[in-house]
Ligand binder design. Structure first.
Ligand code: GTP
Ligand code: MG
Length: 370
């Protein structure tokens, strides 16, 4: 499942296992040589040894795809890119997300109340872009560890007056491990002490080399606060999308990933789901994690009621009896009976594994039950 034991990790780092164990202890992780480490611990340790090591973290396969019937090329249609924004504390991620959202609210939507649904969509030059609210590195790590690859492009925000910091490096490692293209947004260029060229220089050490220096990384100078350079940044996102050709088949049952979920006093359990394949319709029966549900109502990020939602659309849905977890795969089945049966089977497997000593259930085991 993409994890490593302490011994394996030590070997791949060319270090003594005892040294690694000591270091882990120092980092607050108690471990023995045969113990499996989770992604967070591996990442923590690796970043302690420097980025080169960090990049050797085994890439989680997209388990989601593994049991899915392949689409024929002619069934695939262009879909909006899904973009996440990462970077060091205070470098301007939230300001950037807000600025993009506010600048790109179209006339008709302006009156609507923006819903917090963990993601939003903007339209620029007639094309849509889906932004995921900065999930935080932990959420990103745990989602990835569970095989949920939700993002297509990562924007790494670096403050031009501060430079490359630990979480910048971590974000680069995450994006590289997930094999998604990186766009660097050099932020706060309005500040008098901003030095964008210095950032470029620093990032070459992490193999992010701008085109004008012979590399292939896109750098955008921006000020999220003063809203400078945002159009250009959006254009660059569309450019990368054109090259990558993000596609999905909208004409089948929906699959996606739970981005957030909670118990709402009035509505009951609500799940914010990113649709990744197919089209979700009101009335569809689905399984989210180990829970069954039936789409009772569905709204988009502008609070607008939807009857259906296609690939790359973030939606908030109601119609479950229990609250699923962020990162849970979301799958629609042909009818309620089938969805219910699968959810029950999964719940039993999960319970059995919780009772059995040490036998951890993996998503793989759950998927096998389809
Ligand atoms: P965390 O969520 O804490 O990791 O921070 P963040 O990356 O979301 O940063 P945030 O957007 O909260 O911005 C941090 C501070 O930088 C705030 O005071 C912003 O007003 C300021 N800031 C963000 N962008 C710019 C910019 O382009 N120029 C200037 N001068 N200040 C900015
Ligand atoms: Mg923030």
């Amino acid at each position: 499942r993409g994890t490593m034991t302490v011994g394996e990790l030590a070997k791949s780092l060319h270090k003594d296992a005892s040294e690694v164990i000591k270091k882990l202890l120092f980092l607050g992780v108690m471990a023995t040589i045969n113990q499996e480490l989770d992604l967070d611990a591996i990442q923590l340790l690796a970043s302690d040894y420097g980025v080169e090591v960090e990049l050797k973290i085994p890439v989680e396969e997209d388990k989601f795809e593994n049991f899915e019937e392949k689409d024929d090329d002619e069934d695939l249609q262009e879909r909006p890119p899904v973009v996440t924004i990462m970077g060091h504390v205070d470098h301007g991620k939230t300001t950037l997300l807000d600025a993009i959202r506010k600048t790109n609210v179209t006339e008709g939507e302006a009156g609507g109340i923006t819903q917090h649904i963990g993601a939003y969509q903007v339209e620029t030059n007639g094309k849509k872009i889906t932004f995921l609210d900065t999930p935080g590195h932990e959420a990103f790590t745990s989602m990835r560890a569970r095989g949920a690859q939700v993002t297509d492009i990562t924007i790494i925000v670096v403050a031009a007056d501060d430079g490359v910091m630990p979480q910048t490096i971590e974000a680069i490692a995450h994006a590289k491990a997930a094999k998604v293209p990186i766009i660097v947004a050099v932020n706060k260029i309005d500040k008098p002490d901003a030095n964008p060229d210095h950032i470029k220089q620093e990032l070459t050490a992490y193999e992010l080399v701008p085109e004008e220096w012979g590399g292939d990384t896109i750098f955008c100078n921006i000020s999220a606060k003063q809203r400078i350079g945002l159009e250009n940044l959006l254009d660059m996102i569309l450019l990368v999308s054109e090259v990558q050709e993000f596609k999905a088949n909208p004409n089948k049952r929906a699959r996606g990933t739970v981005i957030e979920a909670e118990l709402d006093k009035g509505k009951g359990p609500v799940a914010r789901v990113l649709i990744q394949h197919g089209t979700l319709k009101v009335g569809d029966s689905f399984v989210a994690g180990v829970h069954f549900g039936r789409v009772r109502a569905m709204v988009n990020d502008k609070g607008k009621k939807l009857k259906e939602a296609g690939p790359s659309t973030p939606v908030e849905i109601t119609g479950m009896t229990e609250v699923p977890q962020a990162g849970d795969p979301f799958l629609v089945f042909e009818d309620e009976r089938k969805a219910r049966a699968i959810a029950e089977k999964r719940a039993i497997t999960l319970r059995q594994s919780e009772m059995g000593a040490n036998s951890r259930v993996t998503l793989d085991d759950l998927y096998k039950q389809i």
